[in-house]
Design a protein around this ligand. Sequence first.
Ligand SMILES: NC(=O)c1ccc[n+]([C@@H]2O[C@H](COP(=O)([O-])OP(=O)(O)OC[C@H]3O[C@@H](n4cnc5c(N)ncnc54)[C@H](O)[C@@H]3O)[C@@H](O)[C@H]2O)c1
Length: 382
Amino acid sequence: MRYGIIGCGRISANHFAAAKENHLEIVAICDVLPERMEEAKAQFDLPTVACYTDYQAMLEQEDLDLVAICTESGKHAAIALNALDSGVHLIIEKPIALSLSDADQIVKKSKEQGLVVCACHQNRFNKSIQKIREAVEEGRFGRMMHGAAHIRWNRGESYYTQAPWRGTWEQDGGALMNQCIHNIDLLRWMMGGEIEEVVSYTDNMRHPFIEAEDLGLALVRFRSGAYGLIEGTTNIFPKNLEETLYLFGTEGTVKAGGKSVNLIEEWMFADGLDDSEEIKKTFHENPPNVYGYGHNPLYADVIEAIEEGRAPYVTAQDGRDALELVLAIYQSAAQGACVKLPLKDVASTDFTGRFNDRIDVAHVESVKERLHEEDAAHAPRA
Ligand SMILES: NC(=O)c1ccc[n+]([C@@H]2O[C@H](COP(=O)([O-])OP(=O)(O)OC[C@H]3O[C@@H](n4cnc5c(N)ncnc54)[C@H](O)[C@@H]3O)[C@@H](O)[C@H]2O)c1
């Protein structure tokens, strides 16, 4: 299968590794910064790979089957819609888009074109999460009463200064949209998906050099009558503490923990079907970073989905639904009111200026100016 990648920054290493592991033929790569492609060529031993600084040229000139989109989040949708027009299957890094209308267009176009589009929520493939999902699908929890997702991480100034897009409403969003969306996706997925309403607070407590939030606290009421609690932050002193997912059913209690929901820490079911201690020992991973090991199985699934003409395990609709929940939290916090789902069109940029009374506006504006200058210098062809 002929594969290409758009955006050769930090997360692209996981995509290159997964593509190689799954025996994809890496024929073309693209980044607006040629040095990023040189680094990738050296790191992944790709001396003859075709390099493009213009993704549209790559899509036109290469006969690709599958493309991964790993650019900053605010560019995912435009690139994805162009790529779908050129007939390629896609893996889109999370969040799939930053506006609901863009995400809806991606879902619609992928269906019209009969193309596989996978939202890169790779934590769904964690061993711990797969085991929990199996228990959900087998009905072992009884009636699900409530679930809780906690993301207690740390991101300091040096993380945000790596690239001017980080923490901007246009290209990223804040802690919930970037760091916490994986666990928000997991909570929604495990609790049955359908949401009635959301009420929340968001704030910027200690990152005056970014525009968006570094703390989000939300309550979700699912259509099933169950509740969800979300606590997501990048404020934890002095480093990442934990990412946990709790599920409480009438017949079962589970906690996934570790730095990124990669361990099962509690496993209790009324049916007594398995040995909790054995489960905790077996469904346990210790990845080198919070990205985990999920890209590999996600790629394996996408390849199989393309070959079998079926939907991928994580669909574009799943990516859209995770985005919808983050945007609902943003909207509820901004309005100081409960928000009903489904949401009408909402975008991260609707919240521009939201924390201007507590951030360093001059600094943030200068970062955005740099972002716009860099984007203009690397603008794709009209
Ligand atoms: N799944 C995960 O766990 C995970 C982890 C980290 C980041 N991400 C997501 O991956 C995306 C990228 O994050 P990152 O940390 O790798 O960012 P990054 O800034 O390190 O990399 C982005 C790259 O895209 C390139 N780029 C920008 N515009 C381009 C264009 N038009 N054509 C080609 N290349 C272009 C940039 O030059 C840069 O090299 C974000 O959406 C982020 O949310 C996902």
